[in-house]
Design a protein around this ligand. Structure first.
Ligand SMILES: *Cc1c(COP(=O)(O)O)cnc(C)c1O
Length: 430
């Protein structure tokens, strides 16, 4: 495979854009080599600027659940665009998309659209703080909720239970109100509540983690969080930006029957355009401006192109009664195939998969939290990644991300991925 054009473009981009990319993971930083510059995509296939063809296992990191350039979605966007791309005024389609989302999340009563997942979680935390009159909140190590200051926080070391910035430029004082617990570890959450019984506004979590690789919650963990939130009058914020409309029509909340106070959405909700949203019980949502005192706004929020893409994406999902069964079956086929392929080459791996989200950890350890996820061998992943890339499989360029299957991935394509993966496993120098 020839990457000449991508190399040339990457050089140019590097002069103009930090690291040549507009979101860090795209730079291939942890796997090395040159990121491929994408020219176009259709269904499950990508083409780069050198005209190499790939099966896309990234799906734009989640949004493209129908596959790329789905005909009816494109038509809906074109139709909307012909009537202008933004008004900064209310439109009927905002109601249509709100209804579509709330129908899939029957416990949520109202929704507010924003422009990204980052905005959704940032606003949800502001709302939880306002609703409780408290400043602290709990997040989990290895869970990602976008790049707002207060969420770029890691666990403090040793005796310190308040968070420390995980990015330069985040004030220590901001990080201090973020408390960090361990995923699947209720004790670590309870400890934080015991230290600050009247000061914690919210718990925010990825209901299935995608951002340290796929990690599934135990049922006791989920019910335990609800109980702790109730006991200490804190708000339970479920960040469904990645899992929403992917793990079931009603996301992880439906799949695990979670009782969330506030839900955050993103990715699929905009059908590939920049949309996020937060919503939930009316007693919270009525506190949002202009009804309530929690200020939150957006010039392009509820953008007509984005609403049209979201609505048509949901139309397409709803048209296929077996939509989530197909994703589950494809996911299972990929998981079984990869396990067998790795075994044939004696590469020790663990696969975590929930529905159409899957991560291959290069480790034999069971992966349940950030610590166990970190046991994955980054060097082996790197070799495997490049083994896949050169065989035309575009897998996420990090050992700690989820790969995503779309409805447009056929069985034959899943088998192609498995065949390439088998050869890539065989090439790994252990
Ligand atoms: C992607 C993601 C976000 C951030 O969304 P952006 O649209 O990238 O700002 C937040 N939470 C989760 C769980 C995500 O996967």
């Amino acid at each position: 495979m020839n990457f000449d054009k991508s190399k040339e473009l990457f050089q140019k981009a590097n002069k103009l854009i930090p690291g040549g990319v507009n979101s860090p993971v795209r730079a291939f930083g942890s796997v090395g080599g040159t990121p491929v510059f994408i020219k176009k995509a259709k269904a499950s296939r990508l083409w780069d600027e050198d005209d190499n063809e790939y099966i896309d296992m990234v799906s734009s990191w989640g949004p493209m659940i129908l596959g790329h350039a789905q005909e009816d979605v494109i038509k809906a966007i074109q139709n909307a665009a012909s009537k202008s791309t933004s008004f900064g005024a209310p439109t009927q389609n905002e109601i249509v998309l709100a209804q579509a989302v709330l129908k899939k999340y029957p416990k949520a009563e109202q929704i507010r659209f924003v422009n990204s997942g980052t905005e959704a979680t940032m606003s949800a935390i502001r709302l939880a703080r306002a609703a409780t009159g408290r400043d602290y909140f709990i997040k989990f190590a290895g869970n990602y909720h976008g790049h707002a200051d207060q969420l770029l926080v890691a666990a403090g070391s040793g005796a310190i239970t308040t968070g420390v910035p995980s990015s330069a430029g985040v004030p220590n004082d901001t990080a201090k109100t973020t408390l960090v617990a361990n995923y699947n570890d209720l004790g670590s959450v309870e400890k934080l509540f015991l230290e600050r019984p009247d000061e914690i506004a919210a718990i925010i979590l990825e209901p299935v983690v995608g951002n340290m690789g796929v990690v599934e919650p135990s049922p006791e963990f989920l019910t335990g969080l609800r109980n702790l939130a109730d006991r200490y009058s804190a708000v339970l914020i479920v960040d469904e930006v990645m899992t929403g409309f992917r793990l079931a029509a009603g996301g992880a909340i439906e799949r695990y029957n979670i009782d969330a106070d506030i839900v955050c959405w993103g990715k699929i909700i905009g059908g590939g355009l920049p949309v996020g949203a937060y919503g939930g019980k009316a007693k919270f949502m009525k506190q949002v401006s202009p009804v309530g005192k929690v200020y939150q706004a957006g010039t392009l929020s509820g953008n007509p192109l984005a609403m049209a893409a979201g609505i048509e994406t949901f139309n397409q999902i709803d048209k296929q009664p077996d939509f989530y069964e197909v994703l589950e079956a494809r996911g299972n086929r990929l998981e079984q195939g990869l396990l067998k392929a790795a075994k044939n080459s004696n590469v020790p791996i663990t696969i975590n998969r929930v529905g159409s989200m899957i991560t291959v950890f290069f480790s034999e350890q069971k992966v349940v939290d950030l610590k166990t996820a970190s046991s994955s061998d980054k060097e082996q992943f790197k070799q495997w990644f490049h083994g896949l890339l050169k065989r035309g499989i575009y897998w996420p360029a990090s050992a700690f991300e989820a790969a995503f299957i779309s409805y447009s991935h056929s069985e034959a394509e899943i088998d192609q991925v498995i065949a390439a993966a088998e050869q890539a496993f065989a090439e790994i120098k252990l």
